[in-house]
Design a protein around this ligand. Structure first.
Ligand code: TMP
Ligand code: ASP
Length: 234
């Protein structure tokens, strides 16, 4: 597999073309940003951790019948993925009140929700990823009704699978963000699943083991990512 032209550079990843038009290389960076990149930093070995964590989680999901863009790991920081036409909607699932939901509704962090909450955000840094609903998505033709039905179903299934997987590793899956895309006639899960895109709290102490340590200057950031990697691979 030949790594060719850089076609996209985001805040945490670079994406390269390959000699196969259907496949891309996703390279994970150590760069970290928060608050629409107003806060910037580096987390040592984050790229390698997120690459391995995502690969393992995509692998688990595939065995449970969820189709993802993941093909295989290529190196410490790189994975081979299927090329998707990304749908510009971020799907957030919440099991416990935290972050954006605590702020939006004036709630205290840590309250377990009676049922998981699914949110859609329009993927636009310039607009700060505003909260939208299915009517916006249909009216603006971001995705079809059929596609959104599949996305919602996959998202709840993924939550069910990951809640159990993390619980067995003494981690609380508080919330997480997913991105989906079109590949041929199918909707596949894309992007990454990592401590950058999930909130993960230690089950017994509620210690935050995710990017909130960077967002909120809580210290021990690298150690938190390594700890999640260790538990995910166990
Ligand atoms: P929020 O509470 O800030 O809306 O975040 C919900 C989840 O989404 C949390 O697990 C972190 C993840 N997330 C991203 O992956 N990218 C982002 O840009 C933001 C704001 C959150
Ligand atoms: N990655 C996002 C940014 O830099 C925000 C976040 O994850 O908190 O804007």
């Amino acid at each position: 597999m030949k790594k060719e032209k850089l076609i996209y550079e985001g805040k945490a990843k670079k994406v390269y073309q390959t000699d196969n038009p259907e496949l891309l290389i996703q390279e994970f960076k150590d760069d970290a940003t928060a608050f629409d990149a107003k806060k910037r930093g580096t987390i040592r070995n984050k790229g390698a951790c997120n690459n391995e964590i995502s690969a393992r989680l995509f692998g688990i999901l595939e065995t449970k019948g969820i189709s993802t863009h993941f093909v295989k790991l290529l190196s410490g920081r790189e994975m081979l993925v299927k090329r998707l036409e990304i749908i510009p909607v971020e799907v957030t699932i919440r099991n416990v009140v935290a972050g954006g939901m605590a702020k939006l509704l004036g709630l205290e962090e840590g309250k377990k929700l009676k049922a998981p909450v699914l949110e859609y955000h329009y993927k636009s840094d310039a607009l700060h990823d505003p909260l939208i609903n299915e009517y916006h998505i249909f009216a603006l033709e971001l995705a079809s009704n059929k596609e959104m039905k599949a996305i919602a179903r996959y998202s709840f299934e993924i939550n069910h699978i990951l809640l159990k997987f993390f619980d067995q590793r003494d981690l609380k899956l508080v919330d997480f963000k997913l991105e989906f895309g079109r590949h041929k006639d199918k909707i596949l899960l894309g992007d990454e699943i990592s401590p950058d895109t999930c909130r993960l709290w230690d089950k017994s102490t509620d210690k935050k083991l995710d990017k909130d340590r960077f967002r909120r200057d809580l210290g021990d950031i690298e150690e938190a990512y390594q700890e999640v990697l260790r538990r995910v691979l166990s």
